[in-house]
Structures are given as C-alpha cells and as structure tokens.
Design a protein around this ligand. Structure first.
Ligand SMILES: [Zn+2]
Length: 559
C-alpha cells in the first residue's frame, strides 16, 4: 500500500527523471563518441585480424602489417586536440548519465596513455613488435638441434639426470640473451613517454590508466606475501625432499632446473600422481566443448574460427582474441591431450565466453571485460577444473577408486599450484616495478635476488645472464602480470558466491559445475553481459555483494 505522500514523492521523481534530457556537454560527448567509434571500430577489427594472421604464419610481412595497424590506432588516441576536448568535458562535471560517464573514463584513459609524440610512439611500437617477432620465431638449440617449448618442458618433466635437465633449462633461457638489450631499450622508451605525461615511470602510468593504484596493489601483494610465507616454506620443504631424492642430489644442491617448469611457476608433478594419464586417451577439445555447452555457454562458434594445434612457424603459446566485439571470438592453442593443455584450453575458452556473451546493446566502447583481470578471473575459474576430482570423474568417466586416488593428492596440488603461482607472480610484480623505476641497475642480479626471496630457489652460482628477459610478458604485456593474481582472488570470490548463494551448498567438496545452467546464467547476467558498464570493483560488488577481497582465496588455498 502506498500513502499519498509517497505517491507525490514518486511523481516528483518521475518529473525530475523525465526532465533529465541530455545537457550540452552530454550531447557533445555523445556526438564525439559516435564519430570516434566509426573511426576506431574498423581499424581495431583489421588489426585483430592481422595479428591473428601473423601469430599463425610467423611471417615477417604479417608482423609488419600488425605494427602498422597498431600504430594507426595509437595515432587516433594520441590526437592532442581530441584529448583536450575529453579533458575539458571530464573537468566540467556535467556528464550525469552513468553509461556516458563510463565511456568518458574509458576514453580519457586510452587517450592519456597515448599522448606521446608520433616519433617516439613509432619507435615504441616498432621495437615491441620486433621483440615479439623474435620470441615467436626463435627456436632454442639443445646439443645443436632445434627444440620447441613443449620439448623443453617435457625434458624438465621426465628427465632424471641432472646434467640433462640443466642443459634443457639453459636452452629455455637462450631467448633471454637474444632479446634483453632490445627489451631494456624498450623499457627506457616507455619511461621516456610516461615522464612526459607527468608520471614517475611507465609502471605508474600503466596502473593509473588501468584504474589501479600502486599503493593498493603493494598492499594486496604484501598481505599475500605474509599469509603465504609459512605455508609456502613448508610445502616447498616437502617438495625439495622429494625432488632431491628423485634426482639423487642433496637438498642444498637443488637448482632451478630440478623443478618441472623453466620458471618454477607451475607445480612439479611429484606426489605419485600424474594427472596426464587420465587425459592422454581423451580429446581435450571435445571435453571442453561438452562442458561449456552443459553450463549454457556453448563454444562451437569459437572453435569454428580458432587454430588449435602445433605447426611450424606458429606462435607456440596460447591466447584468445575478440576480433570485432560482435561475436567473432577466436583462440590459438597448441593442444596436446594432457592436463596442462586441458587447463589452458578451459582457460582460453573462459576468456572467449566473456567476449562472446557480451550484450550487443552495450555501447561498443564498453563491450569489453570490466578489466583485464576480471577476464583472467573467469578464465582461471574454468581453468581450475582440469584438476577438480568431481569434474574429472564425471568428464573422464573415472571409477570411484580412481577418483579417490586423485583426491588423495588433488587438494595438495591445488594448494601447491596456487601458492607456487602467487609466489612466482610476486617476483614478476616486484621485478617489473623495479625494472621501470631503474632500468640501469644490475637486472640479472635483481632477478635472482627476487627469485631467492619469493620462490626460495637457489640461483645458479656465478650466473650472470638476462634470464628475466626470457619471460615474454615483459615485452608483450608490460605491467600486466599482477592481474593474474587479482584474477585468482576474484575467481575464488566468484566460486565462493556460486557455491554458497547460487547452488546453495554447505561446502564445495563435490562441486564440478557440470551441467549447472544456473552457473552460466549467473555469470552471463552479472559479469559477461554487463561488460565494462561499471568500474571493475562496482561490477564485483554488484555480482557478489562485496568488493574484491583476498579472503576467499586464502580460505580456499592457504588456510
Ligand atoms: Zn588468460
């Protein structure tokens, strides 16, 4: 029942709302946006297609084309007159419409980070593409023979002779020496551009224009360092004892090549369980397709445009790309039927469904994930399933006994995986911050110093090589890596919310999400469809009832 006064209040509100026609600044902004999108949309599509082509062919001319198109896009965003207009509109405080205001924020940040004079901008783009090309086409040599990344990783997984492991590990670092000098030059160029915009360095500029705050990040990473230090030291001591026995060396003699990944960012498979055996007779592509269809987010149309298997000259990594923000979403993989590629495929498809299931009614500029790390969160949320015993049992039709075998160690693996990755990401975050703060320092030393601090690894005695430069992310995704950690935090927060509030379960012990349309529906409505209509933390709060918090990650993996 409504009282008269409520009715009067409601009447007044509706009059105010109807009276709320766009003001002059809003009309100016809308006009600008329409023209801007008309210009940028075809360019972005062309660049995405060219980049796709280059990653598949590895050809120099294809990479040149990408470089050209990226430059064209950045030239649009480097227009000083347009930036002045946007700055003026933003300063006016007249943009009341929330969706317009969000588009204004997105534009402001995009223009701000590109206010670089054309000559310097061209140098930055060209050098970045040049280094990326080296990464994409470089093949390490082992005893004079070319080896792929997959081959090196395989040796580090199965080889028992320390000397041979060491050779493979050294081969994985060869690319570092090939790109290091160029990379330092690139860092300095990026810094030069950032200083001209009034920032300390490129790292600060990147975070600010990505709507993130250095202090806030330092705080989150500091907390994680504290909360994980003891459990990590314990887990690693266990691991070291096993590895030392396996490779017949003393614990103190363990070197980075005794771990199963060139950067010790992944979990060594040592607890008498090799999850690969469960996947080797399955088709990871078919499994992924079936799972995503079951939660109401089918991926057939993504597969139709994707490139999934290894080929000479092709980019050896994996990624997802949204070609046009209108449904042409593709992934590139180098699939094998093993657990790592199952995880990667589920991960890349997580990005893909985020892009695929945006609401086409949302304006073009906001038809993207809310933030880089929110798309990582969705990707990680799904990637985690490749080791989930309930998921594995149902998808791979395992017996109860097989599931029990997996469960004996799967929690430990999940915990190890998360803690090992979090500690590794601390190296990346802290190193990169210092790299941009002072690229002149002894970076080879700094790298091993941080690896020892965070990952508790022994640096190889006397090693003075740019091993850090072998990590492709410094080149192609600068000041980005911390987002993987924020992604893990959000993945845990979403998992907790889905288990407790959507599936209404007491615990997550048997949760596989298989055939749970409610999960797909929730994610579609609260995360995928809204795109970047809200600031990332507002989207998270609207979806889960609270802003981003590390507490569910710690609850799930550390405690
Ligand atoms: Zn990802």
């Amino acid at each position: 029942m409504k009282t008269l006064s409520t009715l009067i209040v409601m009447l007044t509100i509706s009059v105010v709302l109807f009276g709320c026609a766009p003001n002059v600044k809003e009309r100016q902004l809308q006009k600008f946006i329409t023209a801007h999108v008309e210009e940028i949309k075809p360019l972005e599509k062309e660049a995405n297609l060219a980049s796709w082509q280059a990653a598949n062919s590895g050809k120099a001319e294809d990479y040149d084309r990408v470089s050209e198109l990226i430059l064209k896009i950045r030239q649009v965003y480097s227009n000083p007159g347009e930036f002045a207009f946007i700055k003026d509109i933003k300063g006016s405080g007249q943009i009341k419409d929330a969706v317009l205001a969000r588009q204004l924020d997105v534009l402001y940040n995009a223009y701000l980070r590109n206010q670089i004079e054309p000559e310097l901008l061209k140098k930055i783009v060209d050098l970045g593409t040049e280094i990326e090309k080296k990464f994409s086409t470089f093949r390490a040599r082992l005893k004079g023979k070319k080896v792929t990344d997959n081959e090196i990783k395989n040796i580090l997984k199965i080889e028992t002779a320390s000397a041979k492991r060491k050779q493979a590990w050294l081969a994985s670092k060869q690319v570092g020496a090939v790109v290091a000098d160029d990379l330092v030059r690139l860092v300095k160029l990026r810094n030069q551009a950032a200083r001209k915009l009034g920032f300390d360095n490129f790292h600060t500029l990147s975070l600010t224009t990505a709507e993130q705050d250095v202090e806030e990040l330092d705080n989150i990473f500091g907390k994680l360092y504290e909360l994980t230090s003891e459990p990590f030291a314990e887990l690693k001591a266990d691991l070291d004892r096993i590895l030392a026995t396996k490779y017949d060396v003393a614990v103190e003699e363990l070197m980075p090549w005794h771990y199963h990944d060139p950067f010790f960012q992944e979990t060594p498979m040592v607890y008498q369980l090799d999850l690969d055996t469960y996947y080797e007779d399955n088709d990871v592509k078919e499994l992924a397709a079936r799972f995503y269809a079951g939660i109401g987010l089918p991926v057939e149309s993504v597969f139709a445009n994707s490139d999934l298997y290894e080929r000479e000259g092709k980019n050896p990594h994996a990624f997802c790309t949204d070609i046009d923000r209108e449904g042409d979403v593709r992934i590139l993989c180098n699939l094998k039927n093993n657990e790592a590629w199952m995880e990667t495929l589920l991960h890349e498809l997580g990005h893909a469904v985020y892009d695929k299931y945006h609401d086409l009614e949302v304006p073009y500029l906001l038809r993207t994930p809310a933030h880089i790390f929110t798309t990582e969160a969705i990707a990680m949320f799904f990637g985690r399933l490749s080791r989930n015993p309930a998921w594995m049992q149902e998808m791979l039709q395992l017996t109860d006994q097989q599931r029990a075998e997996i469960e004996k160690v799967s929690d430990k693996y999940a915990q190890l995986k998360q803690i090992i990755f979090a500690r590794w990401a601390m190296v990346m975050y802290d190193f990169e911050k210092h790299l941009y703060a002072n690229p002149e320092q002894d970076l080879n030393y700094l790298w091993w110093d941080m690896v020892e601090k965070y990952q508790l690894l022994n640096g190889p005695p006397g090693r003075d090589e740019p091993d850090w430069a072998a990590k492709i992310h410094f080149t192609i995704a600068p000041c980005y890596y911390h987002n993987y950690v924020l992604g893990e935090l959000l993945a845990s927060q979403l998992h907790h919310y889905l288990v407790c509030h959507i599936l209404k379960l007491e615990s997550d012990k048997n949760v596989s999400y298989i055939d749970q349309k409610k999960v797909g529906d929730f994610l579609t409505q609260k995360v995928l469809e809204v795109g970047a209509v809200y600031h990332w933390n507002e989207m998270i709060e609207r979806a889960t009832g609270e802003p981003l918090t590390p507490k569910y990650f710690v609850q799930q993996f550390v405690q």
